[in-house]
Write a protein that binds this ligand. Structure first.
Ligand SMILES: Nc1ncnc2c1ncn2[C@@H]1O[C@H](COP(=O)(O)OP(=O)(O)OP(=O)(O)O)[C@@H](O)[C@H]1O
Length: 278
């Protein structure tokens, strides 16, 4: 049985691509992240599960440098980005591509311009003419299964699944070797969820990327996950092989993954995040 409390967290073999230790973040007197210890193994797909409001998106935002944590370290390939110089941090973070929960496309820009934005934002100082960039954008769209006819459309003219695919094309534009996916299948039908999961898996198996996905979708966990972790009460309370998640032996994980009302997770009068009680 592979299970671990945060204090027992065992690093997967080899140096993790991302190594987080003692990460804390409070807003006023509300402690959301209360000492996160997490290893994200290189070239694998890691999924994070946890109840609404437990701080999963906040954790990603801390790693991306969008929110400054109060304490702790976040290492990318052994280099702590907390406290690194602004330019060094920028260089390290350019290696990360992100697909936001709602795809976060610019509504007033065409699909083509959204993908071009991803290309120029992470161009690593390379200057390329517009025609070359457009060709590259079309290639990225094709990679996520979208034809050139979508390029001139606005995001509002696309289905939710298509928008996620455009978001993925934009995330891939900077040739990231680390990819974050925040609830990539939320709101999608089962077939489109399988399509998006397939794209995530191919990022890992074909591009050799390291993926970190937040999801509430247990089918997705089994489909894309190599490694899984559960965030609860401000901590990673369990991590291990994704194929052991559904029978982890941890009562909190088991209650959550099987959607049971009875168990250690309070289901009436509960705060959004048990860490806030502390
Ligand atoms: N910038 C902020 N200022 C104040 N509170 C914040 C901020 N960012 C996040 N929070 C709080 O942190 C908590 C965790 O939010 P977060 O979005 O990370 O949850 P989550 O686990 O991703 O939830 P869900 O599964 O519903 O998306 C929430 O109570 C939220 O209000």
């Amino acid at each position: 049985m592979t299970s671990s409390s945060s204090s027992q967290t065992a690093a997967p073999s080899g140096q993790p691509r991302l190594r987080i230790r003692g990460l804390r973040k409070s807003f006023g007197d509300r402690t959301i992240l209360n000492g996160i210890d997490l290893d994200v193994p290189a070239g694998k797909s890691t999924v994070i599960i946890g109840g609404s409001g437990n701080g999963k998106s906040l954790l990603l935002r801390c790693i991306l440098g969008l929110i400054e944590p109060d304490e702790g370290t976040i290492e990318i390939d052994g280099e702590n980005i907390i406290g690194a110089s602004r330019s060094r941090r920028g260089t390290l973070l350019k290696r990360i591509g992100m697909l936001f929960q709602n795809a976060a496309l610019f509504d007033s820009m065409s699909v083509m311009d959204n993908v071009l934005f991803g290309l120029t934002a992470k161009s690593h100082g390379r200057r390329r003419d517009r025609a070359t960039q457009e060709k590259e954008a079309l290639r990225l769209l094709e990679q996520v299964g979208l034809g050139p006819h979508v390029a001139p459309l606005n995001p509002a003219e696309l289905s939710g699944g298509m928008q996620k695919r455009v978001g993925l094309a934009r995330a891939l534009a900077g040739q990231p070797d680390i990819l974050f996916f925040d609830e990539p299948t939320t709101g999608l039908d089962p077939i489109m969820s399988a399509v998006i999961d397939g794209l995530i898996s191919s990022c890992v198996t074909q591009r050799g990327a390291t993926a970190l996905t937040i999801t509430h979708d247990m089918t997705s966990v089994t489909r894309i996950g190599d490694h899984a972790a559960m965030l609860y009460g401000g901590k990673i309370i369990w991590q291990g092989p994704a194929n052991t998640l559904m029978h982890s032996g941890n009562p909190i994980v088991d209650q959550f993954t099987h959607g049971r009302l009875d168990g250690p997770i309070p289901t009436s009068g509960m705060t959004a995040n048990p860490a806030e009680k502390r």
